[in-house]
Design a protein around this ligand. Structure first.
Ligand code: BDR
Ligand code: CA
Length: 313
């Protein structure tokens, strides 16, 4: 039986690729997509979700608009990376019959978790604001979720685990650290996939990958077009962060996780948005700082790309 998932996202080029991979894999059943402000504002991010679903002819997947700003701090976007439209400035229309649902994203998350208790894997690809609001609104919400798989954080557990906003802070955590703290301190199983592995050299898209995408069918061409400006601006090697969450669900054996206690810095002037990892080995658990999570510490990058292309192309 297919695994039920809900995706919370802020498309975003790599979000779009993750949505494509999940929608095209028969072992995953997307019950809905909730959208949050992140890479672009929440209206653009919602339109982008609909644009991608329209392109894929997956018009039956419901889309819910969520938070327009973080719980903490001002909204910061990443349109310098993802383009003004959030998808690399491609020419892709929303089909006229596609609209977001009336229900707000946090309310949808609460409702769907009640409808499928312990039967949903929540995949997050953006700032964690919608989840945090759902946790604050409904004391039973998190108990109804089976597990959370998030693209979030930089942990310094591999040589590639450096920040992409500040030296140690990653975008999805930095843009709403309070929401991340609320989600990470919640009592559900959390699998956190961060820059420690998404920036690993063998997982980066290279020139051969880009040429192959350009010369393959319509899905590959779309990904190539979304990525091309970013790819050449970044010197010919680009990470695809968000799709790791989906490929992890499809092929978990190529990922390695370890359990750590972590917490999010929400006050620091220079450390705002960083994750503190308690990696002390000789300290008993009751003395450890933070909350337990499984952190991804390795991936077979070649296998990741192979599985991603097999799923999408
Ligand atoms: C994360 O930030 C966003 O720009 C990407 O979509 C990804 O979710 C990587 O730090
Ligand atoms: Ca994202």
């Amino acid at each position: 039986m297919a695994r039920n998932i809900v995706i919370d996202t802020d498309p975003g080029i790599d979000d779009a690729v993750a949505i494509m991979a999940s929608a095209l894999n028969n072992d995953l059943n997307i019950l809905g997509i909730s959208v949050v402000a992140g890479n672009v504002d929440v209206d653009k991010a919602t339109s982008n979700t609909l644009r991608i679903l329209g392109f894929l002819e997956k018009k039956d997947i419901p889309v819910y608009k969520g938070a327009h700003r973080p719980l903490l701090g001002e909204r910061i976007d990443a349109s310098d990376i993802h383009g003004d439209d959030g998808l690399g400035n491609i020419d892709l229309k929303i089909p006229r019959d596609l609209k977001p649902m009336e229900t707000s994203a946090p309310q949808f998350l609460i409702n769907i978790a009640k409808e499928y208790p312990k039967d949903i894997t929540l995949v997050t690809l953006g700032p964690l604001t919608n989840l945090a609001v759902a946790i604050l609104m409904d004391s039973e919400f998190i108990d109804n979720i089976n597990s959370i798989v998030s693209m979030a954080g930089a942990y310094g557990l591999t040589p590639y685990g450096k920040g992409n906003i500040t030296p140690k802070a990653e975008f999805n955590v930095y843009t709403d650290p309070l929401a991340a703290k609320i989600v990470f301190s919640s009592e559900t199983e959390k699998y956190l996939i961060g820059l420690d592995i998404t920036q690993k050299p063998d997982a980066l898209l290279n020139e051969d990958d880009m040429n192959m995408l350009r010369d393959s069918g319509k899905n590959g061409k779309l990904i190539h077009n979304m990525l091309k400006t970013l790819f050449y601006a970044s010197g010919g090697a680009v990470p695809l962060h968000d799709p790791h969450t989906i490929i992890y669900l499809i092929k978990p054996e190529i990922y390695k996780f370890r359990r750590y206690f972590i917490d999010v810095e929400i006050y620091g002037e220079n450390t705002y948005g960083e994750i503190v990892v308690d990696d002390r080995e000789k300290v008993p658990e009751w003395l450890k700082q933070g909350f337990p999570s499984y952190i991804c510490i390795d991936v077979d990058g070649e296998e990741f790309k192979k599985e991603l292309f097999n799923t999408i192309l």
